[in-house]
Structure formats: structure tokens, C-alpha cells
Design a protein around this ligand. Structure first.
Ligand code: NZQ
Ligand code: ZN
Length: 388
């Protein structure tokens, strides 16, 4: 049975090759001073920066440059961004980049008018914003996180060895996001497949929980099939616009809160992956890929009917003459084959993790209880060791 829920998505999307021009429609709605947030320079190399600046200038905006948002944005960078926004009385935050830039913009947005330290307030104490929020817009250049249409924001604190997310309310969601699949074409292949696995795992995290026959799980299966299909085309030919556009759209729907409506969710692969990220700073999607199979093989006996359904509906496993366990195993085997085919990290060693780091990663792992089996700390250590 579907539980009770309310649903609203506050982000307006502009999708397609022409979508950047709609920035002209949005900018007049906001004040004059725009903090232009971007990463380590990809947007300068591929021309997106110049195109955005031209539109900002044409709309009479004053630009406050905020460059250098790193993958897995840090608490220190967040504090710098907040300072910059305060010093320049910024009216609007425009993130041009992947999930890191978008997450960072949201974290700045709730912190500019707040005296508390943002890391302590939002990521340690998990408080809600009680100050005026600066509006955020996003021009997405990497498909994966879904940050363009959700209220999530993940920040890493290297001193404390923690990588933690806060899911804010709808007022923190981007006011608009511009999704041009062409903008993702300059992504290195490793980043492209990392994003693809992130998408797939977002769907898994919401699917592998609960036994109910609900609409969300049917939507989830369709999204998984779409991302598997398009990923195989995109790894062969990264220039395939149809595949890249399907991947971008699937990423948004995988984590814009729709498929979690009315059902339990798991999110333990993300908790493990974020802990790996806290210790190693490895690429987000790769951390998820490295721990997924050991985790799912651990919880599978407790959620066997769903893993059987996954095998049959998503991977086309034929059930005749097989036990449920055999069907479920075959499904995970098919998933493993696909992961190898697209080229994601298949274990933690590939990400530089060694046995002596396992305890620290386990310490950084937040344990959630929405999945088929609630791990204790020993269970976390076992999954991490099996992922080495
Ligand atoms: O920094 P630049 O030079 O721009 O390069 C970036 C970065 O090195 C590069 N890149 C992005 N677009 C490009 C490009 N290179 C060439 N051409 C392009 N078009 O890709 C690298 C990775 O970018 P990043 O933004 O870090 O990747 P992603 O979108 O995967 O974001 C990762 C962050 O999002 C968080 C992750 O934990 C991580 O911190 N997440 C946010 C979520 C949310 N808001 O709901 C959920 C996710 O599960 C995730 O946790
Ligand atoms: Zn993710």
C-alpha cells in the first residue's frame, strides 16, 4: 500500500539543445548581482562559460565570480562562498556545472543570511533554514546526481573525515534548471559512466525497500531499463545525442523525489559510498559502484521477492525451472556484467582503499534502517571488506 504523501516539485526545467536561451526568460525575475558558480575550468574550455556570461551581460547583471568548486565540495569552500555572497550582497546564485556546483549553490543559499557555521548547522545538527534563502538557478553540465531538480546538498569535511548530505525543503530547490544534453558531451568517459551508475543506483536505493505493489516501483523499473539501454549506446558512441539526452532526463527523474512517493527507501549504498568519499575523495558514482554488489548480495536474502522481480523485469531473467534464489542471483550477475561493460569501478581497491582504511570508512558510515536488512557496524565492515 502506498503511504500518505504530499508532492510538489518547485523547479522549472528547460531541456534540449536550445535550452540556454531561456536563461533570458529567468534572469529578469531576480536581482542585479549574480554569483556565478563553477568548477575547475571545464566550462571555460568548452565555451559554456562564455555563452552564459554573454547572457548575463545582455541582461545587465553584475557578475561575482565564484570559481573552483571541487568535486565533492568542501565545508571550507562553502564558508568562502558564503563570505563572497555576503561581501557582494548577492541576489542570485547561478551554478554552472555538475552536481557539485549545484549542491554547493544550495548550501550557500541557506547560509548567507545565517550567523551559524553552515557545516555545523546543516550537516551536523541537521537544522532547517530559519533565514532568508538566496534563490538558485542551475545550468547542468553533467548528468547523474539529480541535484538540478531536488533539494539535496552534499558537503565534505576533510578535517572531520565526513561527507554528509542534507535534504532541504522545496524552497531550496533550484528555481530553474537548464538541461542541454550537448553540454555533457565534453565529459571525460570516466565521469560519464560514473554519472550513469549514480543514476542507476539512485533508482535502486528507492526500489529495494518494501514489498508493496506500488506505482513508484513500476516507474523505477522503466527508468532502470532506459538508463541501461542508453548507457550501452553512450559508451560505444559518446556523441550519440539521443542516448545522452535520455541519460540526462533519466538522471533528473531518478532523484526528483517522484519515485520515492509513498514508499520506504534504502540509501545504504550511498551511505557507504559517501563514507568512502569522505576518506578518499573518490568520484561519487564510482564509490557507489564499488560497494553495490557486496551490499546487495548481503541484503538479498531478506528482500528476495524484490530481487526476483528485479531480475525478471529489469534484466529479463527467465524464471522457469529455477529457485527464487537462483533467479535473484542471476539478476545481480546480469547487473555485474553491465557494470563491467560500461566500465565502472568494481571494487574499492581500484579507488585506492586499503584494508587499514576500513575502520575509518566504517566510522564515517551513517547507518539507515529503510532497507531489507539493517546493518550493524560489523555488517558495514563486512560489506566494506567484501568490496576491497
Ligand atoms: O570542475 P570542472 O572542471 O567543471 O570538472 C568537472 C568535475 O571534475 C567535470 N565536468 C562536469 N561537467 C563537465 C565536466 N568536464 C567536462 N565537460 C563537462 N561538461 O566532472 C567532474 C565531476 O563533476 P561533479 O559536479 O563533481 O560531478 P557530479 O555531478 O557527479 O556531482 C557529485 C557531487 O554531487 C553529490 C555527490 O556526493 C558529489 O559531492 N550528490 C548530490 C546529490 C543530490 N544533490 O541529490 C545526490 C547524489 O547522490 C550525490 O551524493
Ligand atoms: Zn548519488
Amino acid at each position: 500500500m502506498l503511504g500518505n504523501f504530499s508532492y510538489k516539485n518547485a523547479t522549472k526545467l528547460y531541456f534540449g539543445e536550445e535550452s540556454l536561451k531561456y536563461l533570458n526568460n529567468e534572469l529578469p525575475k531576480y536581482g542585479k548581482t549574480v554569483q556565478l558558480i563553477y568548477g575547475g575550468g571545464s566550462v571555460k574550455r568548452n565555451g559554456i562559460y562564455d555563452a552564459v556570461v554573454e547572457i548575463l551581460n545582455a541582461n545587465g547583471k553584475t557578475i561575482v565570480e565564484d570559481a573552483g568548486v571541487m568535486p565533492n565540495p568542501t565545508a571550507d569552500k562553502l564558508r568562502e562562498g558564503v563570505k563572497l555572497a555576503r561581501e557582494n550582497s548577492v541576489d542570485f546564485l547561478l551554478a554552472v556545472g555538475g552536481g557539485s556546483c549545484c549542491d554547493y549553490a544550495k548550501a550557500v543559499s541557506v547560509s548567507v543570511n545565517c550567523d551559524d557555521d553552515p557545516w555545523e548547522k546543516y550537516y551536523i545538527r541537521f537544522e532547517e533554514p530559519d533565514c532568508e534563502i538566496i534563490p538558485v538557478g542551475c545550468i547542468l553540465t553533467m548528468a547523474g546526481t539529480g541535484s538540478e531538480m531536488n533539494a539535496g546538498s552534499v558537503i565534505t569535511n576533510h578535517e572531520q573525515k565526513l561527507k554528509l548530505g542534507h535534504v532541504f525543503g522545496e524552497e531550496v530547490m533550484p528555481k530553474f534548471s537548464i538541461l542541454n544534453p550537448r553540454f555533457t558531451m565534453t565529459l571525460p568517459k570516466r565521469q560519464m559512466v560514473s554519472g550513469i551508475y549514480d543514476i542507476f543506483n539512485h533508482i535502486c536505493e528507492q526500489y529495494f525497500s518494501g514489498e508493496d505493489d506500488n506505482t513508484s516501483d513500476y516507474i523505477a523499473e522503466a527508468l532502470m531499463k532506459s538508463v541501461i539501454h542508453s548507457s550501452l549506446i553512450a559508451v560505444e558512441n559518446p556523441e550519440d545525442y539521443e542516448a545522452r539526452s535520455n541519460i540526462m532526463w533519466t538522471a533528473t527523474w531518478a532523484l526528483n523525489t517522484l519515485i520515492s512517493c509513498g514508499k520506504q527507501t534504502d540509501w545504504m549504498v550511498h551511505m557507504l559510498g559517501q563514507a568512502v568519499g569522505a576518506i578518499t575523495d573518490a568520484t561519487h558514482g564510482m564509490t557507489l559502484a564499488a560497494v553495490s554488489l557486496p551490499y546487495y548480495r548481503t541484503v538479498m536474502p531478506c528482500g528476495l521477492p524484490k530481487f526476483v522481480r528485479f531480475a525478471k523485469e529489469v534484466w529479463g531473467v527467465k524464471p522457469e525451472g529455477k529457485t527464487d534464489k537462483e533467479i535473484a542471483d542471476e539478476g545481480l550477475k546480469a547487473m555485474e556484467g553491465w557494470m563491467k561493460q560500461i566500465g565502472v569501478a568494481m571494487n574499492l581497491s581500484e579507488l585506492g582503499v586499503t584494508e587499514d582504511m576500513i575502520e575509518a570508512i566504517a566510522d564515517a558510515t551513517v547507518i539507515l534502517d529503510g532497507g531489507y536488512k539493517v546493518l550493524d557496524r560489523d555488517g558495514v565492515v563486512e560489506v566494506l571488506k567484501a568490496s576491497l
